[in-house]
Write a protein that binds this ligand. Sequence first.
Ligand SMILES: Cc1ncc(COP(=O)(O)O)c(C=O)c1O
Length: 405
Amino acid sequence: MSISQLARSIPPSATLKLNEMAKMLRKKGEKVIHLGGGEPKSKAPIDAIYAASSKLNSADIKYTPTDGTVTLKKAIIRYTEENYNKLVAPENVIVSNGAKQSLSVLMQAIINPQDEVIILTPYWVSYPEMVKIAYGVPVIVTPEDGGVHPRIKEIDENVGSYTKAIIVNSPCNPSGAMFSEEFIAGIVEYCEKKKIYLIMDDIYSQLIFDGRTRISPYKYAKEDSDHSRLVVINGVSKQYAMTGFRIGWTIANPQVVEAMDNIQSQTTSCPSALLQAAAAGALTGIQSHIESLRLTLENNRNVLLQELNTLDGLRTYKPDGTFYCFPDFSAYNKDSRALSEFLLEKVLVVTVPGVEFGMEGHLRLSFCGTIKEIKEGVERIKWALDPNAPNEIFIGDRKLVRDWL
Ligand SMILES: Cc1ncc(COP(=O)(O)O)c(C=O)c1O
């Protein structure tokens, strides 16, 4: 079979693969605890459902403009004004099939072969592959202190004449770290000075804890929206718990938006008219959904941290946002893939190996599930790893007896 060199170099998304594996095991009746997931449990906002139902009932569901319907783009402009204190024009906005497509089409729109894109460790699994799909070169920058906060000095050491863009994801999947205002201000200024695209993946920007306030990169941008290389990505997946609706968007200068529009028009055309209606419904409807999700996640985070604290030798960054925690398990096993496989095989807990995010020795644990799942998941992990734990454990009515440690 003839498969392209490019395709052969792209692995499947580790997180999506694990989702499928968890589903398959559950179907077989296994009592799996999925701490690897990337979607909130709550239902989509009712305003999204009403808007989609009314569109569906019209039976008039056709192509829309490639960059999105007027209604959705208006809602996005209002969202940007409210959340970023920035007024953008329709020419600055393009809607895609999820923020994942927004990012991927953006890469294709700005990268020439061999252009470099700076990616900060720990990073979302898809960034390096998206860059490669656009024939670019991912340049991974890892904090020297082994932490989860990037420094401009370390980024600067990796920027050269081929650098086209830097991706910043704050709060970050997988660490949950929200970068400081000083860093955001500094990186906006740095990218303007170097004439590099700054891609802010803000998909989790509403899901932040401990009274933190959102940081608008536009506050520090000096270039106007028609010439700025600042690009902000967002979507309905996480904040509105609408992962399956597949609507994301990009705010960028009009030339970038036009280039993305051309690529989308030749590949996927517009996102679904029905799902755009749902996204507009979510954006213009009652917003209390986000706050209640945020509060639930903050509480879940606290419970997870409390449970993790009972494991000796674990180092954990307290997540400032998102629904992920990224503890360092290297005291137990330095090989995160082996550890993740071990936990799935022995105690049916799904975790994501840190190596997929560029940080070996860690595991990503999601706290977007129920408190019961979080507690039981950590209890099982603890049982599997703690030599002082009792020899037996029950999973449902199945008794497990330890044959290791
Ligand atoms: C950091 C980050 N960016 C983008 C996305 C993509 O979101 P969407 O569902 O809108 O494609 C995800 C989803 O997991 C993510 O974690």
